[in-house]
Design a protein around this ligand. Sequence first.
Ligand code: SF4
Ligand code: SF4
Length: 332
Amino acid sequence: MKTVSSLLDEHWYERYKKISKLNIRSSIYDVTDRCNLRCKGCFFFSSDEHKAASEEKDITKWDAFVENEMARGVNLAILIGGEPTLCLDRIEAFYKRLPTFCATNGLIKVPRERFPDMMVGISLWGDAEDEVFLRGKDTFTISSANYAGDPYTYYLYTISPKQIGKIERNIKKVADVGLKVHMQLLSNDEGFDGFSWQPEQLVAIRAEMDDMLDKYPKTVISSKYYHEIITTGQMLGRPFGWNECPSVTDTLDKREPRPKRLTNFIRWASDLKTMHRCCTSETRDCSTCKDGAAHMSWVMVNKRDHIRTTKDLQNWIEVYEMFAKLYQFIPW
Ligand code: SF4
Ligand code: SF4
């Protein structure tokens, strides 16, 4: 029988042992319904999730809610929005209790004296021209001034088909301000012309992402297997989609048979009562979903299937390490 130890040499086994201890249990929280931008294709607004519930304003309710979440076993809070930095006291309700990651557009600087080691992921949608088109603003200029050199911050670069052939200049800009970058692909939720992926574009962008990892290994947090999974939508011959997605809210998950999934995962709306279907949007078509975290989690929850060949298991380890680095469970 194939076992982890029979497939790995000492070096890889050590790496495996470090991550196998982590037992990460995340959930996702909409901190607010508001944002200081309105990006074209934002899954939150395009699916009207900002109207699903009105936000809880009483901070004592947030404190009690976070305590309950911890009792449910959550050990990683992923804060999204809208724009979480509009509500620092709500962020603090999480941060003072458990490892917290804050997704932001970076226009507002999180005060580091209040949140010294909170992980911050800044969204980036392309170069200045593309950002102005998609987001109405060149956010990089502002966010990079706010966060340059910050050891607990990285860019979450959402790559669209318009970025093919151009991603290096963005990776280089991030490297030049002393930050890290993680890549994912745009899901064109609002159907903008030219922003839906064609098969040959996915082949091209995979090669480009691989090349960036080779050229900027200290800046890019990624793995080639992740690039393969996210561009092909296939893992070990199985297609990604609703039947396989691991990031579906636990209590709403009525799938039969139940796929491998994140333990106790819930995405909560900002009223602290309503739950959303999954880590992205209710109205998104799962067959075109390119969400990076959902694909990463898909690999992570399917460890057993990767205990097949040495290469498969190493691929699995690299994806797990990448996720753990992005949330600082292990160092960059
Ligand atoms: S910054 Fe984020 S939450 Fe705000 S509109 Fe853009 S994608 Fe949506
Ligand atoms: S939209 Fe994406 S993240 Fe949501 S259930 Fe479908 S595949 Fe999963």
